[in-house]
Design a protein around this ligand. Sequence first.
Ligand code: SF4
Ligand code: SF4
Length: 329
Amino acid sequence: MTKLPIVNDLGFFEIRMESIGGFGANLAGKILGEAGILGMGFNGSNFSSYGSEKKGSPVKAFVRFCKSDGAVRVNSPVTEPHILVIFVETMLGYPGLMSGAGKDTTVIINTASGPDEARDKMKLQCGTVVTIDAMKIAVEEKTRVNTALLGTIAKVSGFIDPEAIKEYIRYNLGKKYAFLIEPNLKTFDRGSVEFEKKYFDDDGKYPAQPYRRDGQALGYMNQPMGGVIKTPANSIHKDLTVSRMGWIPVLLKSKCTSCGECDITCPDYCFDWIKQENKKGKQVQVLEKIDYIHCKGCLRCVEICKFDALVSKVEYEVDHKIIEDGFTD
Ligand code: SF4
Ligand code: SF4
């Protein structure tokens, strides 16, 4: 049987995936767990942690492997991962994202940057950095980043059998999504070769980021009666950029009739309107632009616009000025 290259005090090789709902981290953890346990004969476990919110909220997936006769008596989150996978570069800065990464950790990050730039963005003290432009691969293959990242994980782990993962990609997509099997296997293969890898010693540039569990600010001793949340707040600053899967809607202002169909379709109120005088001197509402901070890239608005004033584009190919202005002609 294949040997685990490194284990912690409890005998586990541990993987933590940090992601946003919609990128497929939960499924990736499930496929990885099944491939290692059912396909390769390790003992272990996998589970995910996520809220009840819609697409766009943080997700963590955890996978543990140990020897086939090892006991699995730990079910807490992975705090010091041997492989840490960051599904979305724009998550960097989330509290605790990099926690527990050390000299024995391989950090795999979905980014268009190389390892040096990525290390600086992550403020990583030391360890191995692997960069892979999984979003580009996913857009080109019309898949998701999760299978590209699985390819990278299998390759850099040094012990996970790619054929076992492929078997469980086929199994999980099954007959219902049979048409997605080949593109996802191709995505997996590309993920296993199109990466860059570099080891960084602790050169004093960045401090360690040990695992830290913050306590709850509110509990039964100080919670207001009825669980009322008294702090005033709103979602005006909520940045949904991280939820986008590589595609954005682009507004072609010259074709827009300001019919308003997109506005009532958009789940996140992303369309900004202004008052203008029409030819008859009447004040009317005119569609001004798309607010890309709140756009999660679902593209429902593109489907609904019958004047072809909204088109979908690959985000990294779009001129950045369009995102700043919110429209183009
Ligand atoms: S649905 Fe199309 S035409 Fe109507 S307001 Fe939206 S972008 Fe303009
Ligand atoms: S893609 Fe369109 S409908 Fe979806 S969130 Fe963005 S603006 Fe709204």
